[in-house]
Design a protein around this ligand. Structure first.
Ligand SMILES: C[S@@+](CC[C@H](N)C(=O)[O-])C[C@H]1O[C@@H](n2cnc3c(N)ncnc32)[C@H](O)[C@@H]1O
Length: 350
């Protein structure tokens, strides 16, 4: 039909990323409604504050926005902190300005870009060489533009870059290893994330056991790692990308020197968990726990047993446990495991 082209040729249409559009081991995106339902159902009194102490993707923080007035969200990873600031911080940013910046990035011809820190280290491994060159170039440009951006805009651009490259990584969903295949060059299209309009969320980047000594909350949600897999090692590429200090990287997976190594992934896990619960100043505590039966590898074995969790929580107050069973696809060994997700809710004794 004649004229239709001009009629509809106004602003280009942008679609955006939501907070759960990300691959992250142990994320509770599919369980967050169930978790919130149980918390609301179990706790009859009106409560105002909620703290997501091991927030990961912050999918539970997101679900809590509907029910609580004051929310704390915390994780010790640098990349998660940038993501929380981008999605939740209540400060100024200009969508049109950021769309113009990413439009220019999307027009880049990869074959004229020079090799850079990102492409030299990760090209041909976690990303196609051309894609890696583009990612490194964009990361350098975001840093160069920093003085012209508000802090919120800077964090939105970094987070949008993470969400975009998460989709095209040559991995099974984390950066402990890459797939040994010939990588096809994917379509690279940077998209913005969709931040929340909220002033409810206070953001921390702290070790959980240090944090609980400083905060007070009505409901604390606890979802630590339970096996030996360190999140800082699995998502090292995002840590390197966000910090952009360009350190020397080691090993086949090109990891930096260890940082933010979690005690929850070590033999001492039970004691740090006990210390956390003892020092929590909360009226209610909700703890997620999952049980993957017959794990194939030692690294998947839980460091804290169900009984240990129960004993520690029972000392703090009356505890009830809820169960959600579902079929779970384990990307590592292409097999369906029986996966049980539990939620403990403790009413802390006066
Ligand atoms: C199972 S994941 C949380 C998943 C999250 N509930 C979600 O829905 O995405 C555990 C998180 O705890 C963080 N973590 C591990 N040890 C920590 C510590 N000592 N202090 C703070 N965060 C820690 C990890 O970085 C990881 O993001």
């Amino acid at each position: 039909m004649q004229g239709q082209g001009t009629l509809f040729k106004t602003e280009p249409k942008y679609n955006t990323f939501n907070i759960e559009n990300r691959r992250y081991i142990g994320n509770k995106a599919k369980l967050s409604d169930w978790i919130m339902y149980l918390i609301n159902n179990e706790i009859k009194e009106k409560l105002n504050s909620f703290a997501d102490i091991f927030a990961g993707t912050a999918s539970v923080t997101k679900a809590s926005l509907k029910y609580f007035d004051k929310i704390i969200t915390n994780d010790f990873l640098h990349s998660n902190n940038v993501i929380y600031k981008a999605f939740f911080e209540n400060s100024g940013w200009n969508r049109k300005k950021l769309n113009e910046i990413i439009d220019n990035f999307n027009k880049l011809e990869t074959n004229i870009l020079q090799e850079n820190y990102f492409s030299i280290n990760f090209g041909g491994k976690f990303y196609h060489q051309n894609t890696a060159r583009k990612i490194g170039y964009i990361r350098n440009e975001i840093e160069r533009l920093k003085s012209e951006l508000t802090e919120k805009e800077y964090n939105i651009l970094l987070t949008s870059l993470i969400y975009t490259i998460d989709k095209i990584a040559n991995t099974v969903g984390h950066f402990d290893a890459y797939r040994k295949i010939k990588i096809k060059e994917p379509k690279f299209e940077l998209k913005l994330i969709e931040p929340f309009k909220t002033d409810k969320v206070q953001i921390f980047k702290a070790d959980a056991n240090q944090l609980v000594r400083k905060i007070k909350t009505d409901v604390a949600y606890i979802d630590p790692p339970y096996n030996s897999r360190q999140y800082s090692r699995f998502y090292h590429l995002y840590e390197t990308l966000v910090k952009w200090e360009k350190p020397k990287l080691y090993g086949v997976a090109l990891k930096p020197e260890p940082e933010n190594v979690s005690e929850y992934c070590k033999v001492n896990a039970k004691n740090v968990f006990r210390d956390l619960i003892e020092n929590l100043d909360a009226k209610y505590i909700a703890v997620s726990y999952n049980n993957t039966f017959n794990p194939k590898s030692n690294s998947s074995k839980n460091k804290i047993s169900l009984e240990q969790i129960e004993n520690i929580l029972n000392k703090k107050g009356k505890t009830r446990v809820f169960e959600n069973s579902y079929r779970f696809f384990n990307a590592g060994n292409t097999e369906f495991n029986n996966h049980k997700e539990l939620l403990f809710i403790t009413k802390v004794s006066e």
